[in-house]
Design a protein around this ligand. Structure first.
Ligand code: G6P
Length: 369
């Protein structure tokens, strides 16, 4: 097992550090940046079906559901197709309205999640076209869906999902870009620019990983907190949910993720000097609004950990700690803002002496209801 961990203390840490290569493995062979080409067999073979979709319904569970929420923002912005993101377990029992021109995207790392599988079968019965985004090649879901695209993240052993999440977002971004280019909902020059930016993400993830030691110090300061709040807006709202989930899963600290503006409708009541609040406050992405949310937290003496774009001075002046990430285009920021949140939960769990790779009560793949 030590050999499999490749010198890292845990699979989770190894998988966090594998993300630069996992992300490039996901798009390598599929994009030709100079020529502006995205080739994905599952998309190319079903292009008419996908381009004519009146609606996309994403079904997934857990971390994959969070990747689906990021996809909602990406697809609606780039492709202008309405998207609904559903928990598979709710969707399957709700007698959902499904039309023949709906496209269902099922996201699953393992490709074996029982609720996701049942939701796929239901959508197929009702005539929808079902597209799978799976990591495990040949998995049940990859066989059950009409077409699909693999994430190519390599095996993920840590129960808390890390590289599966970022590679799911990568694949979903590729699909959205391809459809947007075909539909003409983005300009040719934007299409080229976005592809170039995607190709720069692995290097930027490496830079984000360099904050590891700094994050360890922050983890040490807050490891005994009883609660954490995670806030983000737009593309980084699902990242806030995912950051909170990571902390819950492996450190057993209660954490809530919230859209930053929704804070005033409840969670703000929890804020006092005992409450660490992780705020994703990257430039673009409603930056000014997030800064005013930070001011509200500060005036209630909450402890602020800001995830900011490198060189940011405003949030630095307000927050107790900041963690910088490189700048990228807005829809790709989740690939970078997720990294410090993964590391923060990892270090807190290690410091609390928890079983990082196999947290209590959780399974890597939930094959029963
Ligand atoms: C379990 C795992 C999570 C995962 C979820 C969905 O709860 O512990 O990490 O996100 O299942 O799994 P899937 O394989 O369908 O993505």
């Amino acid at each position: 097992e030590q050999i499999e961990k490749g010198g890292y203390d845990h699979f989770m840490l190894k998988e966090i550090y594998e993300q630069p290569s996992a992300i490039s493995d996901t798009y390598r062979g599929r994009i030709r940046v100079a020529e502006g080409i995205i080739k994905m067999a599952g998309i190319d073979d079903n292009l008419a079906k996908l381009l004519n979709a009146k609606r996309i319904i994403v079904i997934a569970c857990g971390t994959s559901w969070h990747a689906g929420l990021v996809a909602e923002y990406i697809f609606e912005e780039l492709v202008r197709i309405p998207v609904e993101v559903e928990y598979a377990s709710e969707f399957r029992y709700r007698n959902p309205v499904i039309h023949q021109d709906d496209v269902v995207i099922a996201i699953s790392q393992s490709g074996e999640t029982a609720d996701t599988m049942a939701a796929i079968k239901l959508a197929k019965e009702r005539g929808a076209f079902v597209f799978g985004v799976c990591n495990v090649v040949g998995s049940s879901i990859s066989r059950e869906t009409h077409a699909g695209a693999y994430t190519h993240a390599g095996p993920e052993i840590g129960v808390a999902s890390t590289k599966a999440f970022t590679t799911q977002i990568t694949v979903l971004s590729l699909i959205a870009l391809k459809l947007a280019e075909r539909k003409g909902t983005i300009s040719n020059s934007d299409f080229h620019y976005y592809l170039q930016e995607l190709e720069r993400v692995p290097e930027k993830v490496k830079i984000a990983l360099e904050s590891n030691e700094h994050i360890k110090l922050i983890a040490d300061k807050y490891k005994d907190a009883k609660n954490f709040l995670y806030l983000g807006r737009g593309y980084n709202f699902p990242v806030a949910l995912e950051g909170a989930l990571k902390l819950k899963e492996i450190s057993y600290i209660h954490a809530e993720g919230y859209p930053a503006a929704e804070m005033k409708h409840g969670p703000i009541a929890l804020i006092d000097e005992q409450m660490p609040v992780v705020v994703i406050a990257t430039k673009k992405g409603h930056y000014d609004k997030v800064v005013s949310n930070i001011q509200e937290i500060k005036s209630r003496k909450g402890k602020i950990i800001g995830i900011v774009t490198e060189g940011d001075e405003t949030v630095k002046g307000l927050a107790d700690h900041v963690i910088e990430i490189p700048e990228t285009i807005e829809f790709l920021t989740p690939l970078l803002t997720t990294i410090p949140l993964q590391l923060l939960s990892y270090h807190i769990a290690v410091m609390l002496d928890k079983n990082v790779d196999q947290p209590r009560n959780l399974a890597k793949s939930v094959t029963v209801e």
